[in-house]
Design a protein around this ligand. Structure first.
Ligand SMILES: Nc1ncnc2c1ncn2[C@@H]1O[C@H](COP(=O)(O)OP(=O)(O)O)[C@@H](O)[C@H]1O
Ligand SMILES: [Mg+2]
Length: 240
């Protein structure tokens, strides 16, 4: 691996004194895509939220470009280069696409906002004709593009995505995964939680299976897809 962008060592975290995730470790190199899969309630969102400074850190370390970030707040992490798309309610439905995107640059001067918006619209051309439309009028897939676009407005090095394809049709699912590959090409590292595990593992450099707040399996996306035990227990069996 090249110099890791994100290193998590022995992380325990939760919402109070009770640990929801325990002893989680992972490493993510620049421009890699890591996918976390696992049953509902396994702690996947908790792990992502912890990287983004959102819940109670209990033990272990999280380093971003070699620097510990466990004591930093979300508002400190965005300027450092970390951005996140939460699992739900990730766009403001009554605001326009353009306004939704600009929320991602609340700390930047106006000239930068315009440049950032152009950069994002180049990546998501489907949104170009819709910048003045209310986000709530868009399809689920387009709303997800707005949410990811908003997170990219601050030019993050590390993008955290919580179930970016939840509720999308199979066609849009492929569109969003293709977009994530495009985003990676622009230099971004991606840590993503996915319920559509098989499809997500196909684009993953590394996959982590989380069960009951602990690592159950780690491997390349291809290794996990080929692992009989993982397939039976976590991917619904079958060949594809
Ligand atoms: N805000 C919260 N306060 C207390 N417990 C929570 C909160 N959010 C989630 N949990 C609990 O943490 C566990 C893991 O949840 P979560 O990380 O959302 O799982 P996943 O994303 O894998 O479905 C669940 O038992 C859930 O009830
Ligand atoms: Mg979740």
């Amino acid at each position: 691996m090249n110099d890791p962008v994100l290193e998590i060592d022995g992380l325990c975290a939760g919402y109070g004194a009770q640990a929801i995730i325990e002893n989680i470790s992972l490493q993510l190199g620049r421009q890699e895509i890591a996918v976390i899969v696992g049953p509902n309630g396994a702690g996947k969102s908790t792990l992502l939220k912890q990287v983004f400074g959102l819940n109670q850190h209990l033990a272990g370390d999280i380093r971003f470009n070699g620097v510990s970030i466990v004591r930093l707040k979300t508002s400190d992490l965005v300027p450092l280069g970390i951005s996140a798309v939460p699992q739900s309610s990730n766009v403001f439905p009554t605001l326009t696409v353009s306004e939704n995107l600009e929320i991602g640059t609340y700390a930047s001067p106006p000239a930068d906002k315009k440049a950032a918006r152009e950069r994002v619209l180049d990546l998501f051309p489907d949104l170009r004709g819709k910048v003045r439309q209310a986000a709530g009028e868009l399809s689920g897939g387009q709303r997800q593009m707005v949410a990811i676009g908003r997170a990219l407005m601050s030019e993050p090095q590390l993008l955290l995505l919580d179930e970016p394809t939840a509720g999308l049709s199979p066609v849009y699912l492929e569109v969003i995964f293709d977009l994530i590959l495009q985003v990676r090409k622009t230099g971004v590292t991606v840590l993503m939680v996915e319920q559509n595990a098989r499809q997500a593992l196909r684009i993953a450099d590394t996959g982590y299976v989380l069960a009951n707040g602990r690592h159950a399996h780690t491997g390349s996306g291809a290794q996990l897809l080929a692992d009989n035990e993982v397939r039976r227990a976590f991917l619904g069996g079958g060949n594809d």
